[in-house]
Design a protein around this ligand. Structure first.
Ligand code: GUN
Ligand code: ZN
Length: 429
């Protein structure tokens, strides 16, 4: 069996650095090594010792580069790749003006294939080894997504987006067809290779109570699937939800009432939460997903990373492409840092790296499998060049420790900082 040994600086987490002292949550080795066997990480530790122990391993020496678990994007919309960075609208107008016309194209399998492949390649070139995506209402868009991921051996999460109201005629299904199509796709793709299916009501304004209830029933019948949706992103959206569901106690209740609140639920954005919503998310062990570039780009608000972590609510990090303004999880970490600053809480680089890897993996219930540089995890790995541009290199030259060396890459880095990527133990060419 081929063994690969990667040498470089290594960063490995053992606990959540948002809880307690971040120093206690990780180990950093400036002369580390990662041994890969059979697609998984077989050992980590001192590089020279691993090399002596495994003389038959094929060695790749990355020198001063930082070897990390690959980035895990916990919420994005691959059908929005081609319309990322569209100007001047807030959420509802942005959906109607840019998003829905583009998503209407995904009944065409060839187009869906093209954009799915393009999205995965963009993700990998930015060091992202797992995507969690909304597809469109078209089953073809789901097939295209999982096929593109399988061709690259990537662990991905996705599902058919369900909408039976408040969307153009080209983009509406029904309660019954959403149930039937989602069920068929779930049976086809869930746990096929590295695929995970997520039942996907877009958000409560675009689903009738009948559709939410049908999808709640499907989730109850398939409890090991994930469920992904949006929650409390913008004030206008929340007011709209209140008018559509006058009996609901709050936005989260529009999901809870129909069986769509649970530990495997992923609630994107979750910015303007009521105390009851925070209590319920914490009680059921649901996950929220922070989408910081989207929250500034669409003008949504300031997510409370530390406040929700203090309530032990699992939090993932995500690009939210194309409401988000970047494919890069480095940019995404930078935006999370800036939002933290606007809330008066500076997140440490260790906390940002944790959110982009382990935090997202925990949100997806895949901790230990992905987003983790430790024995037994899949060898989905990103190697970061910490001096990738002139601007970063001159700042890096003054660094006094690894965090000071890494932070300029988080704030200023992009795909040029991605020195290498490994997926399931194979180097991505
Ligand atoms: N809420 C409902 N749909 C969407 C979407 O596509 N993007 C964002 N950012 N929010 C949403
Ligand atoms: Zn979204």
């Amino acid at each position: 069996m081929t063994k690969h040994l990667l040498l470089g600086q290594t960063l490995q987490f053992h606990a959540n650095p948002l809880h307690g002292d971040w120093q206690d949550a990780l180990s950093f080795d400036s002369e580390g090594g990662v041994l890969i066997m059979d697609g998984r990480i077989a050992a980590t530790g001192n590089g020279a010792k691993l090399r002596a122990d495994k003389p038959d391993a094929i060695v790749t020496d990355y020198g001063q580069h930082l070897i990390s678990a690959g980035f895990v994007d916990a919420h994005m919309h691959y059908p929005q790749t081609a319309m990322i960075a569209s100007w001047g609208k807030q959420l509802i107008d942005w959906l109607n003006t840019y998003t829905f016309p583009e998503e209407s194209r995904f009944g065409d399998k060839a187009y869906a294939d093209e954009i799915a492949g393009r999205t995965m390649d963009l993700a990998l070139s930015h060091g992202t080894t797992t995507l969690t995506s909304f597809c469109t209402i078209h089953p073809t868009s789901v097939d295209a997504y999982f096929e593109a991921a399988a061709a690259r051996n990537m662990a991905v999460v996705g599902g058919k987006t369900c909408m039976d109201r408040n969307a153009p005629d080209t983009l509406v299904d029904s309660a019954q067809s959403a149930y039937d199509d989602s069920q068929a796709l779930l049976h086809k793709w869930h746990k096929t290779g590295r695929a995970t299916y997520a039942i996907t009501p877009r958000f409560s304004p675009t689903s009738t109570p009948a559709q939410l209830s049908a999808l709640g029933a499907l989730w109850a019948e398939n409890p090991d699937c994930l469920m992904q949706t949006h929650l409390s992103e913008q004030h206008d959206e929340i007011a709209w939800v209140k008018s559509l569901f006058p009996k609901a106690r709050d936005y989260l209740d529009t999901y809870e009432a129909y069986g769509l609140l649970g530990p495997r639920g992923l609630y994107g954005h979750a910015i303007h939460l009521e105390p009851r919503e925070i209590d319920r998310l914490a009680e059921v062990g649901a996950a929220v997903v922070h989408c910081p570039t989207s929250n500034t780009f669409i003008g949504s608000g300031l997510f409370d990373t530390l406040g929700l972590a203090a309530r032990q609510i699992r939090t993932g990090l995500a690009t939210d492409t194309g409401g988000g303004s970047s494919f890069s999880m480095l940019h995404t970490m930078a935006a999370a840092y800036e939002i933290g600053q606007l809330r008066g809480t500076a997140l440490h680089p260790a906390q940002l790296m944790w959110l982009a890897t382990e935090g997202s993996a925990q949100a997806l219930h895949m901790a230990g499998e992905i987003g983790h540089l430790g024995v037994g995890a899949m060898a989905d790995i990103v190697v970061l060049d910490l001096a990738s541009t002139a601007a970063i290199a001159q700042r890096h030259a003054r660094a006094t420790d690894i965090w000071d060396a890494l932070f300029p890459t988080i704030m200023l880095g992009d795909d040029r900082a991605i020195a290498d990527v490994w997926v399931a133990g194979r180097r991505v060419a």
